[in-house]
Design a protein around this ligand. Sequence first.
Ligand SMILES: Nc1ncnc2c1ncn2[C@@H]1O[C@H](COP(=O)(O)OP(=O)(O)OP(=O)(O)O)[C@@H](O)[C@H]1O
Length: 618
Amino acid sequence: MENFQFSPFDNNPEFQAPDLCVSSGESGEDLNQETQAFAMEEDETEQSLADSMICDDSGSILVQNGFTIPDSTDEIVLFVNSGAMTSMESDSGVSFTADKFFKGGDTFQTEEFITEGGDYSFIYQSARLGDFRYCIENIPPGNYLLDLHFVEIINTYGPKGMRVFNVYMQDEKILSDFDIFSIVGSNKPLQFVGARVSIKDDGILVLRFEGVHGSPLVSGICLRKANNKSVSKVNREYFVCTNCSNDIEYPSAQKKLLRMKLVAQYEKKIKDLKDTLQRKTDECYQSWISWTAANEQLAKVRMELDNKTYRTYSLDHALEMQAEKLRDISNKYEQCKKSWTIAINNLEQKVKVMKQEHSQLSRDAHECTDSIPDLNKMVFAVQALVEQCEDLKVKYNEEQIKRRKLYNQVQEAKGNIRVFCRCRPLSKPEVIAKCSLVVDFDAAKDGELGILNSGSTKKTFKFDRVYSPKDDQVDVFADAAPVVISVLDGYNVCIFAYGQTGTGKTFTMEGTEVNRGVNYRTLEELFRIANERSETYAYNISVSVLEVYNEQIRDLLATETSKKLEIKQASEGSHHIPGIVEAKVENTNEVWKVLQAGSSARAVGSNNVNEHSSRSHW
Ligand SMILES: Nc1ncnc2c1ncn2[C@@H]1O[C@H](COP(=O)(O)OP(=O)(O)OP(=O)(O)O)[C@@H](O)[C@H]1O
């Protein structure tokens, strides 16, 4: 902090010691009177303060009472009663001119009593107020004395400093920081007397009032002729202020003692002020220290506040999120509650209906029970029937076994080995070659086949059954089907086709896709009967596919082709091939797939007679 020194003299370069305010141009007698008056009041602080406000160095003074009639009214050139509406002529010959020559400001009048108002206190009951100036023209050139009359008649309760203003005469400041109330209080006149002014040839006197705090105010302006004697200035002397080092001028050696006293007084005052200033500076420094500490504390508090604000914001945000979730949950809860309520209502309704049905059923059951005279008897009867049924089942099975035995005996009776002969129709090439049939089917129904020789003789052959070219696959299978039942009854059956190449073995056994042969139809029948008997018997059916080619047996389902297989005969006479692959099958399609797999592994070759012929046995 910058440490500065305060001095009233620095602030006011036009400052003069109070004794300098005594007009040096007055007569020695007047001077003595004024000096005495000043000496009487020298202890009064107000007077010192008042004198410090005077800037005019021509001997003007402040007088704390009202205007009194002068010895010679001829001296008065002009008396403007500021703020007054009308002019007035006094008995003593003084003419108080109504307020004019002004520019700016307002007027103010009061009826208040003016203390020590002098001979014409009414002049203090009016005033011009505001920022204004007076421009008085047509004044004969020469030297004049100006008196200004002030009184605080507006803000009668003060305080000091409420109305502080400067007064300029011909652009020179004659009163500085002038405060009427601080000198005489309110409703009491204060005269600024004897400011010397020299009117030039233009005959104009300009007075300017300028506010420092509040508005300037003036009640009267008096212009008097100056006595030539008073024009000469007294010799001036100087001394140096020990506090501010300024040169202070004083007019004569006679007043040296008085001046020294005043200077001492001022020096004391300045010292006091310096002390006060130092104290205030210390206080300021202490205040600054505490202010800095408080500022740091404030910064900390502010930071804490920011943190708290941020935390509060975060909490608010989290709270909002929680509230949102809670609202969602609440909504879901409400929806669930509604749906549950509906469901419960529905269930209650259903329970109600079920209860009704239950009671109805109970009633029906009771009625039913009542309607059956002896239920136990019926139960026993049913149990007897079930037992009877079981007996019948056993007997039925026994009969079935007997029937099958008989059936197979019939089959055996028909012949364990049955030979059927099927003749195919002429093939297209045979028809083209105009070949003719050499077979006679006249006695085919009786199992006889006639072969026509080149002559008229006919050789007859006997078979279990003869099929003519007109007989189809269904007719052929009709004779093979009964042996399928024997297979499922535990008998060994073999169906095979034998004949010259191209005579229709493959066609008869396999057939075509649209006209299936014995193999396919036999399998279908096998699975059909097995299904039929599934409640009483469980059959395991498997397929082996082998080929006899060049007198060697080949397993067409085996992955290992080099394996050598042989047909073995068991002691009971059955034949089997040890090591051959047996593929388990559940239906005809599976059998067909196995057969196709075996077929593709077959060693196939064609001969000249039948392009589809195979030289192997499958
Ligand atoms: N009953 C029939 N009706 C119509 N066409 C037949 C009949 N039998 C055989 N065929 C036809 O005769 C031709 C020869 O028949 P298939 O191939 O069955 O003779 P194959 O005895 O099996 O001959 P291979 O011993 O050389 O294999 C085939 O084109 C077949 O369609």
